[in-house]
Design a protein around this ligand. Structure first.
Ligand code: FAD
Length: 486
């Protein structure tokens, strides 16, 4: 007779605390295993990168330290979910699988549909838990804010583990680190992975870093310290929004820095707000949120795109941001927005040509935020203001002394700071004894940054009937009714 077991299937919920799947698996008092799947169909897709896998792997290593106290571990397998669960159900009597709902791209949605059919066929119960107040099958935003606050204030799940005495046999899909040699070391410039670090970052923010949260939020250098820096931990589920919300609210520091904390908590809610949009329609990965903007005609240009990807456009702040991102995996909101705006509005590239590049680079890549935000900054939603960030203006305002630029573009570190935002203004006499790369004397597009045909098209399409019709539809689905009336 086959041995019976249950499965906790981890995805973007790599923690051992405030975890519904563990809680319910323990409650059944039956044998269960914990699995994480490096699924070829997911990890080889355009949005994934080695850095994501590395963060995931290191989060699991930390979970395993905690779980080993109970003779448990997260078993890692290298297999697509349907192949793996099919195999597992041949070898064992799999009764229940516990996992969190994923508001991912169509790729993961299709996988989940396939798995649902397989589980039905094999009489496996699949209990999926709601992920941090993101609702499945929501028709509009009526009452959504209230539900979010209910979630944020609700009781944190307390996880207790029992000792395991079930041994899983070897499988053909056992993880072999030799096939993933990039996982053997974790780049020190990335935020360290795991739930212990999630709490360390949060606590250092609460106790210290929050003081300048609003003041420096858009500055590329100072925000690295003053922002929460909690996004990567949220994206891979090392911590939950309600753990953060309650820890902030209950802290002694909350009243002393209420304005800063409240701005931070508002953004925490935005997080779910954006993921909710994507949960409703994951086609936003590929199609303009406002279908009317599919009429856009972008010149596109491979050379310009490549220079943007490498951080070699000749615009110092743009290049510094891209190079910093390549090295560290993190940028503040404003600089992310500027990179997208520069790509779409000045380099005149279709947003789809850059969306996966940034997805791969963001260590905190979260599809539910990434695609709607990318489109918002590209100006193709029809329901948000079109914001065009002039990189020279941003540079002068947000990196006044050029510290950030000089750090990430050492080729410019020797020039007089007065020219750091516009090195093309350096004359031959200023450059005596110094050499700078030609790209900073003649950037890839005119440094005058005048209005481009793409910007004109974006504005003109605002008057288009389809765009207007689409905007109305989107307001009905994604925006609170009260807000629409105002
Ligand atoms: C083009 C673009 C793509 C983005 N892609 C991602 C992504 O893949 N993953 C991601 O987590 N964030 C993304 N963001 C949002 C934002 O830039 C990051 O959440 C933020 O910079 C993370 O830093 P932090 O944790 O210090 O944020 P804090 O300022 O400390 O904010 C606290 C938390 O609120 C949430 N948050 C903050 N700003 C936003 C926002 N504008 N929209 C939604 N949620 C927000 C994040 O979860 C963040 O951790 C993107 C923004 C843009 C413009």
């Amino acid at each position: 007779m086959k041995k019976s077991l249950n499965v906790v299937w981890l995805k973007r919920d790599l923690r051992t605390d405030d975890h519904e799947s563990f809680y319910h698996a323990e409650k059944l008092c039956d044998d269960y295993i914990v699995v994480y799947l490096f699924e070829p169909k997911q990890i080889n897709y355009s949005d994934y990168s080695y850095r994501h896998q590395n963060f995931i792997f290191n989060s699991i290593l930390e979970m395993n330290k905690n779980l080993s106290l109970f003779n448990r571990q997260v078993h890692i397998f290298h297999a697509d979910a349907d192949v793996f669960f099919n195999y597992l159900s041949e070898k064992y009597k799999v009764n229940s699988v516990f996992s969190y709902q994923e508001s991912g791209i169509k790729n993961s949605w299709d996988r989940d549909q396939k798995i649902a059919k397989l589980f039905q066929l094999k009489s496996i119960k699949w209990k999926e838990f709601e992920n941090q107040s993101v609702k499945r099958g929501l028709a509009n935003r009526k009452g959504w804010d209230k539900l979010w606050f209910e979630y944020a204030n609700s009781k944190i799940t307390s996880n207790n583990f029992t000792k395991n005495d079930f041994n899983l046999d070897e499988t053909p899909f056992d993880f072999n680190i030799e096939k993933f040699s990039f996982l053997k070391s974790y780049p020190t410039k990335f935020q360290p992975a795991g739930e212990e670090y999630a709490l360390k970052y949060l606590d250092s923010f609460i106790q210290n870093r929050v003081k300048d949260y609003n003041k420096y939020i858009s500055q590329p250098e100072r925000s690295r310290y003053s922002c929460g820096r909690i996004s990567t931990y949220l994206s891979w589920g090392n911590i939950t929004a309600r753990q953060i919300f309650q820890r902030v609210k209950k802290s002694q520091e909350y009243q002393m820095n209420k304005r800063n904390f409240d701005s931070f908590l508002t953004r925490l809610k935005w997080r779910s707000h954006f993921i909710q949009k994507f949960e409703v329609d994951c086609s936003y990965e590929k199609i303009s949120i406002n279908r009317g903007y599919e009429q856009m005609n972008y010149p596109n240009n491979n050379f310009l795109l490549d220079q943007w990807k490498k951080g070699q456009t000749g615009f110092p702040l743009v290049d510094a941001c891209m190079r910093c991102l390549i090295d560290t995996g993190w940028l503040n909101f404003r600089m992310r927005a500027m990179l997208v705006s520069f790509l779409c509005h000045y380099l005149e590239q279709d947003w789809r040509r850059g969306v996966y590049h940034l997805a791969q680079l963001f260590l905190d890549y979260e599809p539910g935020i990434h695609y709607p935000q990318f489109q918002m900054q590209a100006g193709v939603t029809g329901i948000n203001a079109i914001r065009v960030y002039n990189p020279v203006k941003q540079s002068k305002e947000k990196d006044v002394d050029g510290k950030f630029i000089k750090k990430w573009i050492p080729e410019l570190s020797k020039i007089n700071s007065a020219f750091i935002h516009e090195p093309w203004k350096l004359t031959d006499i200023d450059l005596i004894g110094i050499s700078i790369p030609e790209i900073y004397r003649v950037p890839v597009i005119s440094f005058k940054l005048s209005t481009t045909p793409v910007k004109k098209q974006l504005w003109e399409l605002r008057k288009d009937d389809l765009v207007k019709k689409e905007s109305k539809r989107l307001l009905r689905i994604h925006v609170r009714q009260k807000k629409i009336k105002k």
